[in-house]
Design a protein around this ligand. Structure first.
Ligand SMILES: NC(=O)c1ccc[n+]([C@@H]2O[C@H](COP(=O)([O-])OP(=O)(O)OC[C@H]3O[C@@H](n4cnc5c(N)ncnc54)[C@H](OP(=O)(O)O)[C@@H]3O)[C@@H](O)[C@H]2O)c1
Length: 295
């Protein structure tokens, strides 16, 4: 048997018996991540908002990975009650949770207000994942060693947390709202890792690269046009998912926490992302907005 075949066979069982949840796995980086985790033997829950898109992704992932243990569970990250029901459902179905990938995200050139009354980018990209993670933390601590991977973006480097107008209600810019939300992903990861010290649960975040997905495609804005024009030069979703899968599954990934990665290497994030006061304040505000109380 060749050494590469041996390596593939060894890897195939790496996540056997592990339960992994991936948000936004109906397309793009999330779907490729879910497929990669399924190929490593995991039981994978596709956290999707639309059953048909989720089911189509599930069938493709089962075919690709040759793993039947892939299911769709519905969650609309634009509704915090839906996040709560999803977390309850997950707790009923599984006695352990080994990997949570907070991946779903949007870019919106126009301000969209959700039924909860939040800016959609802020709620979907940050608040909903903040709530979901906190609701699942007990289960993840009981399942330790376990891992949380947050999909951020290099857009974080241009982001600023504007506590005076977090929801863009006074002055909205699609780019500012998106980069703020991606900086929030990094600040959340670092603060979470500090709070999880000694629990055996790790939290890291990722810039996946510039990836050819549905991301920002339907937006009428400049970004939508750029994304459509430069699509052929971008990474494939499989390439974009590589670092996420590596952090979620590899022995090397197990040793790191509170870090930001690109191309399977640690990189520095923006100066603001290391500000402990901003991280603490964002945590407290997020608790208040999600109705979590102090955690
Ligand atoms: N593509 C890039 O170049 C790039 C670069 C840096 C970072 N990222 C980050 O990568 C992550 C994944 O994006 P992608 O590029 O793979 O884009 P994508 O193909 O548009 O995937 C986004 C996923 O999020 C889901 N989603 C959107 N709104 C949701 C909601 N309310 N509730 C539940 N799920 C929802 C989408 O579901 P539907 O199928 O139902 O729409 C889809 O599965 C995002 O966090 C993005 O910020 C992407």
């Amino acid at each position: 048997m060749s050494s590469s075949k041996l390596e593939t066979d060894k890897q195939a069982g790496l996540l056997q018996g592990k339960v992994c949840v991936v948000t936004g796995s109906s397309s793009g980086i999330g779907k490729a991540t879910a497929s990669g985790l399924a190929a490593l033997g995991a039981t994978v829950v596709l956290a999707c908002r639309d059953f048909v898109r989720g089911e189509l992704a599930r069938q493709e992932i089962v075919r690709e990975s040759n793993n039947q243990n892939v299911s769709v569970d519905l969650v609309d990250l634009a509704r915090l009650n839906s996040v709560r029901s999803f977390a309850d459902d997950l707790r009923q179905k599984f006695s352990h949770l080994d990997v949570l990938v907070n991946n779903a995200g949007i870019y919106s050139s126009k301000r969209v207000v959700t039924a909860d009354g939040f800016d959609a980018t802020f709620e979907i990209n940050h608040l909903a994942h903040f709530l979901l993670t906190n609701l699942l933390l007990d289960l993840m601590k009981a399942s330790a060693p376990s891992r949380i991977v947050n999909v951020s973006s290099e857009a974080q480097s241009r982001g600023h947390i504007n506590f005076n107008d977090l929801q863009g209600g006074r002055k909205y810019s699609g780019w500012k709202s998106y980069s703020q939300s991606k900086l929030a992903n990094v600040l959340f990861t670092y603060e979470l890792a500090r709070r999880l010290e000694g629990t055996g649960v790790t939290a890291n975040c990722v810039h996946p690269g510039t990836v050819r997905t549905n991301f920002a495609r339907s937006n009428g804005g400049l970004l939508g046009l750029i994304v459509r024009l430069f699509a052929p030069l971008m990474l494939s979703p499989k390439q974009g998912a590589k670092t996420v899968i590596w952090l979620a599954s590899s022995p090397e990934g197990a040793h790191s926490t509170g870090k930001y990665f690109s191309k399977q290497s640690e990189i520095k994030s923006s100066k603001e992302s290391y500000d402990l006061e901003v991280a603490k304040h964002l945590w407290d505000v997020s608790c208040e907005l999600t109705g979590l109380g102090q955690v």
